[in-house]
Design a protein around this ligand. Structure first.
Ligand SMILES: N[C@@H](CCC(=O)N[C@@H](CS)C(=O)NCC(=O)O)C(=O)O
Length: 212
């Protein structure tokens, strides 16, 4: 049994979604970001980064969204959500995973937590730069999908598709949402049909975006 430390509508959603998709037993522990519960000594003892998600696996708390996606894919190989190590597809998978986790996600952090980077006085400039970076990432992902492939890696769905779809949702209130890009629009429309995505939205009581 896994235990997911989560907060609705945040980065923990992709892990919650993946646990539902895998059909494995798990428990949820709410971390209330409004009251800054992520900075309490109790939570920092579990995850010193003070972020969600964190996932209790075999008695040890693990963190970092990208690492958790990879770990879950490896722990449940029958779901075939990551190409096997050493394969050609694995190299592409790693590139996409790190791009999403290491380039696109941090740009969203700058957009949503703009004060953190250059102080409140530079909030607008930080958001503008974050927006440009995020839109550049949508260009790259849209180009990847331009050959008509159904998923980011081709014909097979992987954990990278879960992450990309969650991040597409994060753009929903931005001036240009991910679905302004035509191939991303088609891709997201397809991913939205997944029952597990609808289920995680229902469980986290999210009503926006899923039916846009
Ligand atoms: N590098 C971390 C970042 C996670 C992250 O930024 N989580 C946000 C929610 S989307 C969070 O915990 N925010 C609360 C805070 O930073 O105080 C990861 O990939 O898991």
């Amino acid at each position: 049994v896994y235990t997911l430390y989560y907060s609705p509508s945040t980065a923990s959603l992709v892990i919650h979604w993946l646990l539902l998709e895998l059909g494995v037993p798990f428990e949820l522990v709410l971390v209330d970001l409004q009251s800054r519960q992520q900075q309490t000594p109790e939570y920092l003892a579990l995850n010193p980064n003070g972020h969600v998600p964190a996932l209790l696996i075999d008695g040890v708390v693990r963190a970092e969204t990208g690492a958790l996606l990879l770990l879950l894919a490896e722990r449940h190989p029958q779901a075939r959500l990551a190409p096997v190590p050493g394969s050609r597809e694995r190299a592409d998978f790693l590139q996409v995973l790190f791009f999403l986790d290491n380039t696109l996600m941090p740009a969203f952090r700058r957009w949503f937590y703009a004060d953190e980077f250059a102080g409140p006085a530079n909030r607008e400039a930080t958001m503008q730069q974050a927006r440009l970076k995020i839109e550049r990432c949508w260009d790259v992902l849209d180009a990847r999908l331009a050959d008509g492939r159904r998923y980011l890696l081709g014909a097979d769905r992987g954990v990278v598709d879960f992450l990309a779809t969650m991040l597409a949702r994060w753009s929903r209130n931005m001036p240009r949402t991910a679905t302004h890009w035509p191939h991303l629009r088609r891709y997201v429309a397809h991913m939205r049909q997944l029952p597990s995505l609808r289920e995680v939205h229902a469980r986290e009581k999210l009503t926006d975006w899923i039916n846009d």
